[in-house]
Design a protein around this ligand. Structure first.
Ligand code: ZN
Length: 159
């Protein structure tokens, strides 16, 4: 792993590197309502997403994991977008992101400004997997929300 391929123009690369170096919501959550883990073995990226739901809204969200700058920046942007939004809006965002990766077209969605920096990735199939990882993991976490997760009675593990 040396330099990132120069597949993005400078402005966009700055936004991505900013999220990579200073990831938002990159922390652990003690008692998430739902969570999921995702991996992109092709690149060695991992992302875990933990969500605290209240009243159908993402009250809080945290992510962990490691990998290339695109995977981690995308996860950071995803959490920033999703935080405070309804489950419906979070799902809309995930679908819009997938649409952007498929078509390379900008998405007219409020809050997608930084996320648009990843649009250039759409031209590179291998990197699309990196960028999509966090959003797919988000969907997976939200899909599991119907399962009642009881975290309150669980013994604390050694983390
Ligand atoms: Zn990657």
């Amino acid at each position: 792993m040396t330099n990132e391929p120069s597949l993005l123009d400078d402005l966009y690369r700055e936004i991505i590197l900013d999220h990579y170096r200073t990831p938002r919501n990159h922390q652990e959550m003690e008692a998430p309502t739902c969570s999921a883990e995702g991996a992109n073995p092709l690149c060695g990226d991992t992302v875990t997403v933990s969500i605290l739901l209240a009243d159908g809204r993402v009250q809080d969200i945290a992510f962990g994991g490691q990998g290339c700058s695109i995977s981690q920046a995308s996860a950071s942007m995803m959490t920033e977008y999703v935080k405070g939004r309804t489950v419906q809006e979070a799902g809309d965002g995930a679908r819009a992101f997938q649409q952007m990766m498929t078509t390379g077209e900008p998405q007219d969605l409020e809050g997608f400004d930084d996320i648009d920096a990843l649009r250039g990735v759409a031209k590179f199939a291998a990197r699309v997997k990196c960028a999509s990882l966090a959003w797919k993991t988000l969907e997976q976490a939200l899909d599991g929300r119907a399962e009642p997760v009881t975290t309150d009675e669980r013994t604390e593990s050694n983390d």
